[in-house]
Design a protein around this ligand. Structure first.
Ligand code: SF4
Ligand code: SF4
Length: 178
């Protein structure tokens, strides 16, 4: 996201802050005083396009699209330091987890995540255990006297992925490829 965002008032989502705060309860972002303590102690602050206090400000201002498409919500390591240090008890790390869920519902996730889900959906493993990869893994395990890998129940895995809504990400990836 660029440093400067110009947006007409009619394009702001004024309900965004309430949508988030009603799920966070007492540790709501509505109490934020923009002191910046969360950003000063953030362990990934130099890698994000929006620092924590700016994410909070953007939520308060109704910049829904900018927040949900920022890399900040995915780069966070969920170390909870911001939450522990906030003088106003804003639970920023929880808010971030919430923002991730919102972004996923809108099919807005980094490609690395949807590719990984696709691999799990098709193989049952994070790393494909098929073809040449399977041969290599099996050979190395044999050398180390490790037992054979027992494959998971793929039907169960695919059922869980579909039921939890993660399947929407696979569908989005397929749509993007068309
Ligand atoms: S530390 Fe808390 S009050 Fe200060 S900017 Fe961050 S969220 Fe807001
Ligand atoms: S929980 Fe995330 S945003 Fe908060 S300090 Fe840790 S990395 Fe930064």
């Amino acid at each position: 996201m660029s440093d400067k965002v110009v947006k007409q008032a009619k394009n702001l989502d004024n309900n965004f802050r309430y949508e988030i705060s009603e799920k966070v309860g007492a540790k709501s972002l509505l109490k934020c005083i923009q002191c910046g303590v969360c950003s000063s102690g953030c362990t990934v602050t130099e890698y994000v396009d929006l620092q924590p206090h700016r994410v909070v400000a953007s939520c308060l201002l109704g910049l829904r699209e900018e927040v949900l498409s920022s890399n900040a919500i995915w780069t966070c390591s969920l170390c909870h330091r911001c939450t522990e240090r906030c003088p106003k008890n804003v639970d920023y790390s929880f808010i971030l987890a919430l923002l991730r869920n919102m972004a996923v519902k809108e099919g807005n996730v980094p490609i690395e995540y949807s590719v990984t889900i696709n691999t799990i959906y098709n193989n049952g493993f994070v790393i494909p255990y098929t073809g040449g990869m399977k041969t290599t893994i099996d050979r190395r395990r044999n050398k180390m006297d490790l037992p054979n890998i027992v494959g998971p129940n793929l039907d169960e895995i695919q059922f869980i992925i579909k039921e939890t809504g993660l399947g929407n990400l696979i569908k989005k990836e397929e749509d993007d490829e068309k």
